[in-house]
Design a protein around this ligand. Structure first.
Ligand code: DC
Length: 221
């Protein structure tokens, strides 16, 4: 039996994580946040004192990394060196590091194989940068979410403040601009809308409206 897949791509802060989570709950599908996997690799590099922009060292690191993706009750848990690191990968330092390491093909090939495996075994809502273009080109539905830099930075700031983190608007905006540029300019599987993806600019939309739009396409309303 072929499993169903929904691909949601877009830049940081476009609302794709929240939408992917809500859709996965509505449909009873597994939610896979692929960014969390790049973040886990970045955390390993940072812990090992490796420069996240040093391609050779990162390629070496990926050969020996003890990274395990666990799917349980439709949810994802990222294990590094036998510990779940999901509470440690949402800092600005890890965000930047994830964007850095994600441009190196050995990292992408390693993670994409796991991502495709999840889609072979589960109905999935998969969210990232290259899901519709590269990871799951045959996904049943493809969405590409966007929003202005300012709106995305404000959303990210609020989210981080709610998590008790002390960051400024300027720091968050700078992180978003740095990552968008690097993520969309890299050679291998860059951040890009798939030709057959539905693009939604969420700048002026509330959560309920975006969700209604996405689920409207999927449920044919
Ligand atoms: O979605 P996120 O902000 O957690 O992603 C962190 C970084 O990981 C992002 O800046 C680029 C990289 N990434 C990627 O290259 N490809 C993906 N499919 C997901 C994330």
């Amino acid at each position: 039996m072929k499993y169903k897949s929904i691909a949601i791509d877009g830049p940081a802060g476009s609302g794709k994580s929240l939408m992917a989570r809500m859709l996965s709950e509505q449909k009873g599908y597994t939610y896979l946040d692929t960014g969390a996997m790049y973040r886990t690799v970045a955390l390993k590099a940072i812990r090992s004192g490796i420069d996240t922009l040093d391609g050779e060292k990162i390629a070496e690191l990926i050969k020996n990394i003890n990274f395990k993706l666990v799917i349980k009750d439709n949810k994802q848990y990222n294990y590094l060196d036998n510990r779940c690191v999901d509470g440690l990968i949402r800092t600005n330092q890890v965000s930047k590091g994830a964007s850095d390491v994600s441009k190196f093909p050995p990292v992408r090939l390693f993670l994409v194989e796991m991502q495709r495996q999840v889609a072979k075994e589960h109905n999935v809502v998969m969210e990232g940068r290259d899901i519709g273009t590269y990871v799951l080109p045959d996904a049943d539905y493809k969405f590409f979410l966007t929003a202005s830099n300012e709106v995305r930075a404000k959303r990210r700031l609020l989210q981080m403040q709610q998590e008790g983190k002390t960051v400024t608007y300027e720091e968050v905006l700078a992180d978003i601009i740095y990552r968008d540029k690097q993520d969309s300019e890299r050679d291998f599987a860059p951040l890009k809308k798939a030709d057959d993806a539905i693009e939604i600019d969420t700048s002026k939309m509330g959560i309920d409206e975006v969700f209604a739009t996405l689920s409207g396409y999927i449920n044919g309303k």
